[in-house]
Design a binder for this molecule. Sequence first.
Ligand SMILES: Cc1cc2nc3c(=O)[nH]c(=O)nc-3n(C[C@H](O)[C@H](O)[C@H](O)COP(=O)(O)O)c2cc1C
Length: 139
Amino acid sequence: MVLIGAVDCGIIAQNVMLAAESLGLGGVYLGYIRNDINRTAEILKLPKYVVPMFGMALGHPAQDPMLRPRLPLEAMVSENHYQPIDSQVLADYRALTRAYYQERSKMDTDWAEQMTESLKGGIRPEILPFLHKQGFARK
Ligand SMILES: Cc1cc2nc3c(=O)[nH]c(=O)nc-3n(C[C@H](O)[C@H](O)[C@H](O)COP(=O)(O)O)c2cc1C
């Protein structure tokens, strides 16, 4: 149920973002609100059975930043059965994102390095106890 709820929230989030952008607004998803999920729940006065999944800031964009190159469709879409990512497609995407990070932020990194870094170590270990406290994922 927690997974289903999270997926549903993601679907809602994307629709809200698309609707906002169609009206000329800009938005930023805020996963940050889960960094201290207990404090977020306290500030928002969340009762049992309510879990903050994401925040979203909407407004009139003050900037028009360059877009980060997206993974090409062939790296994400499989037809009929799972298809592993082609190593050349991945290498090309890494080169593309390295150039992007260099130009945008003067950072010497690429998509794969960013992913590896973000998956290192335990991320937000308090989330599971929080879910239990709110009455979820108990079985
Ligand atoms: C699921 C998700 C959570 C995010 N959480 C945050 C956040 O907490 N704070 C923030 O400044 N940006 C957050 N972002 C926004 C990204 O940092 C980035 O600005 C946004 O995805 C657009 O840039 P991109 O084209 O590089 O993806 C989040 C984006 C996603 C998709």
